[in-house]
Design a protein around this ligand. Sequence first.
Ligand SMILES: NC(=O)c1ccc[n+]([C@@H]2O[C@H](COP(=O)([O-])OP(=O)(O)OC[C@H]3O[C@@H](n4cnc5c(N)ncnc54)[C@H](OP(=O)(O)O)[C@@H]3O)[C@@H](O)[C@H]2O)c1
Length: 322
Amino acid sequence: MRLLILGGTEFVGRAVAEDAVARGWEVTVFHRGRNEPPAGTASLLGQRTEEGGLAALKEGEWDAVVDTWSADPQVVAGAARFLDGRVGRYAYISSRSVYAYPAAPELAEDAPVVEAGSGGYAEDKRGGELAALEVFGDRTLLVRAGLILGPYENIGRLPWWLNRMARGGEVLAPGPRDLALQYIDARDLAVWTLDAIEQGLDGPYDLVSPSGHATMETLLEACVAVTGGDAELCWTDAEKILAAGVQPWIDLPVWLPPGEDHDFMHQANVAKALASGLRCRPVQETVADTWTWLQGIGGTAPQRSDRPAVGLDPEVEARLLD
Ligand SMILES: NC(=O)c1ccc[n+]([C@@H]2O[C@H](COP(=O)([O-])OP(=O)(O)OC[C@H]3O[C@@H](n4cnc5c(N)ncnc54)[C@H](OP(=O)(O)O)[C@@H]3O)[C@@H](O)[C@H]2O)c1
């Protein structure tokens, strides 16, 4: 298999590249050159947002493309048209954000989606889907990921929890303990996506673990365990945390209290992905491998410039714990 990854050097794309290389596929990554290409890949450089920026892709044919673009959909449209006729299948790493909000629990692929193109993240992702579909039709795979965790994470969610646990002491643990979580390890996303390409799957797939694959408690306990066990989890009611003005998801990454946002992010129906072979590794493995990686890079996680920094102000945490 000859695979072209548009991106491929940071987080999700890197996981896809590493898995494809491990399968013995011939992998090319197309990027600006700000990050090192993964071992075993060929690197082509270009700037997707600039006129003529795809020149390095002028020649060549690939069995499949994986596109990780997450902003202006015209960039996906430009690449899809540029590669038309030289590519077998096109997998676009989309997002569950494309669904119209608010949405009830058990949301699945047939739920209504937002209108493409009005500039927000959800509209951009929907626009990216339509741009790929317009050129590749039923050779398009839409990988609608939910929350993505794992080594190389460039948003800082699991890295923040890990660093907080490593600091030790009493840690504000947002309840309820048994709050069901739904996320996908980037490496499980990669395995599923490459398998799906091989099988010729097309259309949208919601890609997260079943709800409850982990809970707030199993996630945080795993973080405590791998970071040395000096942190003491202080389980705190959601109401109390919210009353203190703490922002779920941003101040306390991953956490959404029971309610509409939690229904949307952590209660999706993933029957379609499971039936097509999705396997999710245990949360303890995701946490341990992310900690190993984080320590290996000195403890400071990379941070995408187009996403907000996450994490709770230590003073706010101390006040709440008091
Ligand atoms: N994180 C989540 O929880 C989450 C949830 C749902 C969906 N998603 C989706 O998952 C995807 C995440 O992708 P990722 O960022 O991890 O992918 P990635 O492919 O690992 O990294 C982004 C790549 O884009 C390249 N790039 C950036 N700007 C470029 C430009 N102007 N021209 C050419 N190449 C450029 C970077 O190259 P350099 O080497 O030059 O930097 C890098 O290789 C996104 O589509 C996001 O919407 C994420």
